[in-house]
Design a protein. Sequence first.
Length: 427
Amino acid sequence: QPPSEFSDVPAIYANFNKTASIFKDTTDFFVNFKIMEDSDALIAMNFLGELLLPTYFLNQDIGLWLVDHMLQLSFVHGVNKDSACALAGFSAMLFGLGDLDGSKNVGRMALRLQDELDTQESLPRVCFIVYSGMLSRTEPLKEVSEKFLHAYKVGMQTGDIQIALFNARLYCAMSFCSGGGLDELGRDIQIFEKQMIEYKQELNLKISFPLKHAVLTLMTCSDNPSHESNELFKESKNLLQGTFLKKRSYASNYRFYCICIAYIFCDYDFAREMIELRWILEENLCRLYDSFGAGHFYDCLSSVALARKTNEDKWKKYALDYFEMTKSFALNCQHRILLLETEIDILMGNTDNAIMKYNKAINAAAECRFIHEQAIANERAGDFCLSKGDVRASYYYGEAYILYFQWGARGKAAHLKKKHSLEVNGS
């Protein structure tokens, strides 16, 4: 049928919710389903499957209709490779609507159907959709990054180049967000960048730009990175111009890397600009870029720092709001919760046992091998000790320096040493 149904938004949501209720509390719904053979149904599924990713990012109402329609075809005619993609898309839509348990359940159903169908052709798309959604919040992030890498390899082998390089890009982003070594990450980015140029994947290439320059900044910049010569920050000045406003998803992605680097280098004024920019960019945006839960984390840390610097109540409020958001998406990153709790407690004047709490966050980050956030927690502990005249500041700054250096962030390590020359031990 032509998409005249799109105007009946309440009916779209009603049908979607009806299908969602079918999947409640089961991952076995499609077990023993027949294989789709009807030629018209196969053509329809293939056509709708090609529309799945564009609608996911651009129009939630159409996306809901599309995945529901694909599943209805699967209920009647049986399953094929696109049925697994439809389930993955359904999981993503549930995630966007806030049904986290439902999203996780249907996402796992999509992966199970993908395994049972044993078709390589749809694997890159299923992995891309499922692991960029709810499962990236519940599964260990380093394991998720390997799923993206595998999906990239399969996509290149099967000829699904665009989706393969989508997965490559997410592999790099996940590696960055989970503390992967920057030297290796930099080499991977170069390899994928060459492939994006070779296969004329301009969108993937453009979206990879801020990550590439965030990595370079951490590795090489020992001064304030918001200097005019820094490529990442130079381009950020254009984020409110017309071309960027027409591509808000890209601009939101760019903003994340800017605020992450601004916070790590303690450039809180620039971090404030990026947070305020977020409110403009993400207004009415269908899909928000939260960087596998890291976006809210760095927004919260920056808001705490700005509350201390400006003493403005609004930043305390934003810190508390972003903390609640981070809790919703940090099921596999408990060290983030521990660090934010400590930072907010100190902001509110509760400094009892602060060092013990920082140590808990540091140890939790070490346990899950988030070396970059282990370094941040040490640096914040050093800041707290310094503010109290506690001689342990030197120890924590020294630990942060070592961890930044081990991560590959030699520029940041040099920046920290220059800033706290008396407190940092080592060279």
